[in-house]
Design a protein around this ligand. Structure first.
Ligand code: HEC
Length: 151
């Protein structure tokens, strides 16, 4: 081995030793950090989890709220098609058809609170909410739409 080679070998050993020590330091630090996490105040942990929660998840509540808030007129027709048309579009099971003024006259005369109640809680052949899982406000919006078409 030349003089130069032995210098290189000695330096390689030094670098390896330094890397090994560095690795030990990292392992020890990582352990103490995760131990500190275990002892963390649950409230602090909860707030950290909240902040780390994916943005989409945090925002869904808001999006749904806006969706049902605007479910009024425009969406009532679509919601009717999806949830009520099977009976009220066809007259199935003796359901008053949409736009059939004669069939709606006496029903509308009962007043909207009664119609809302029957639509939400059910009435004779009319299943509660037409068998859907819509929220009350959407059902009411659909009833408003049905009434407006039956006058
Ligand atoms: C499975 C069939 C069916 C579905 C689906 C259905 N309805 Fe009905 N609905 C009926 C029948 C039958 C009646 C008539 C009940 C009676 O007076 O005998 C009725 C009556 C009604 C009435 C009048 C109640 C009254 O007091 O005269 C309203 C309002 C109404 N439905 C709303 C809805 C809405 C809103 C939906 C969709 C969310 C819906 N229905 C879905 C069958 C259905």
């Amino acid at each position: 081995m030349s003089q130069e080679d032995s210098v290189i070998v000695r330096n390689l050993w030094r670098v390896s030793a330094a890397l090994f020590v560095l690795m030990l330091v990292i392992v020890v630090t990582a352990r103490s950090v995760s131990a500190a996490e275990d002892k963390m105040d649950p409230r602090v942990a909860a707030s950290i989890n909240e902040r780390l929660a994916p943005l989409g998840q945090v925002r869904t509540g808001k999006i749904e709220a806006t969706a049902s808030a605007s479910a009024g007129k425009a969406d009532a027709k679509g919601a009717f098609q999806a949830n009520c048309f099977a009976c009220h579009g066809t007259g199935a099971a003796g359901a008053p058809k949409l736009g059939d003024k004669a069939a709606w006259k006496a029903r509308i005369a009962q007043g909207k609170p009664t119609l809302y109640g029957h639509a939400i809680k059910g009435f004779k052949g009319m299943p509660p909410k037409g068998g859907s899982s819509l929220d009350d406000d959407t059902v009411k919006a659909i009833v408003d739409y049905m009434v407006s078409q039956g006058k």
